[in-house]
Write a protein of this length. Structure first.
Length: 339
């Protein structure tokens, strides 16, 4: 918890302070958060102390940590000045971008500056989505500008979420007539027959992440009506065979679990006026041993084809809990070891 100016802590003599002044007291209150919880999050992550004095914040700590905390506070305040929210995930993103600067000595594409004022937004029925990293920004721009986009990288980097958001945005604006979301039901290959219910009830558990994304962007009643009218479809990859998908935004999720034949089948469904986004994580292939991933093959064959976009994500683009990025990094370091 940030320390009140009324009860100053005992500060070692060798610890210096940087003072920051914020002209808008209302925005400063939002910056600090309820019961100063935003400041507490920054204090805990960067090992600094932050003192409130009127419209000023005093940052105490060693020089490097103090500089990072100042960058983070200024970036978050700038977001508030633009009328953009600050929540725990935003604070974590700002801290991670600051960490990158401290480690490399460079802004790495001005990640922190982009975080303060990135102008790329995706408007949906329920909320406005904004990319939080340079990679996400480039990905969103590619989704709007290319007919076929690949988003490849670890879990939690927003590959599918952003693709569905762009699909909803283009559907709302009338650029496409339908949204079609698909996944390979790899786990269902052996177990589907043992699940109760009709085919929809059997496959729905495997499609749930796609339902979750749509529910974030479209009110429930509208979504139900659009699905009833078949203007939004969610179906296993196997159901795409024989179809020509025209005037649609098509998203294939978990593409690393598509076989080479399935991937070719899916890619050749692209019809007039349609767009495709294909997302996957090469480290999470669930295909039977010895069977090659259609995503890896498509990446190799199509990399040089003009008009096809490939965006690669890393642990630094993770927007879930900060621990997810640490887990991904730990597994990456272990590659080549026992695992």
């Amino acid at each position: 918890m940030a320390t009140s100016a009324l009860t100053p802590p005992q500060i070692p003599e060798d610890v210096r302070e940087t003072a920051l002044e914020f002209p808008d007291n209302r925005l400063l209150i939002d910056l600090c958060g309820e019961f100063d919880r935003n400041l507490a999050q920054i204090e805990d992550r960067l090992e600094v102390q932050i003192l409130r004095r009127g419209n000023q914040l005093g940052v105490l700590g060693d020089e490097e940590a103090r500089g990072q905390a100042v960058d983070v506070l200024q970036a978050l305040y700038h977001r508030l000045e633009q009328g953009r929210p600050v929540d725990p995930a935003d604070i974590d993103a700002a801290i991670r971008f600051g960490d990158s600067y401290a480690e490399t000595g460079s802004r790495d594409g001005d990640q922190l500056e982009m975080f303060q004022g990135g102008k790329v937004e995706v408007k949906t029925r329920k909320k406005v989505i904004e990319p939080r990293t340079q990679t996400q920004k480039a990905y969103v721009e590619s989704l709007f500008s290319h007919e076929l986009c690949f988003g490849i990288g670890p879990a939690g980097t927003g590959k599918t979420y952003l693709a569905v958001a762009v699909a909803v945005s283009m559907f709302i604006d009338g650029h496409v007539d339908r949204i079609i979301l698909s996944r390979p039901a790899v786990e269902a290959g052996e177990r589907l027959g043992f699940l109760p219910g009709d085919m929809k009830e059997k496959v729905d558990p495997y499609m749930q992440p796609l339902y979750d994304a749509l529910n974030d962007f479209i009110p429930g009643k509208q979504l139900a009506k659009l699905m009833e009218e078949k203007r939004i479809e969610i179906a296993p990859l196997a159901f795409m065979r024989g179809r020509t998908l025209s005037n649609a935004f098509v998203v294939l999720d978990e593409a690393q679990n598509a076989t080479a034949m399935q991937m070719k089948m899916f890619l050749t469904r692209l019809g007039e006026g349609s767009r495709m986004a294909i997302t996957g994580d090469r480290s999470q292939v669930d295909l039977p041993r010895g069977m090659s991933s259609g995503l890896a093959e498509a990446e190799r064959i199509l990399r040089a084809v003009d008009g096809i976009s490939f965006t690669y994500f890393s642990s630094r683009d993770v927007v879930r809990h900060p621990m997810v990025a640490k887990i991904i990094d730990a597994y990456d370091r272990d590659l080549g070891g026992d695992g």
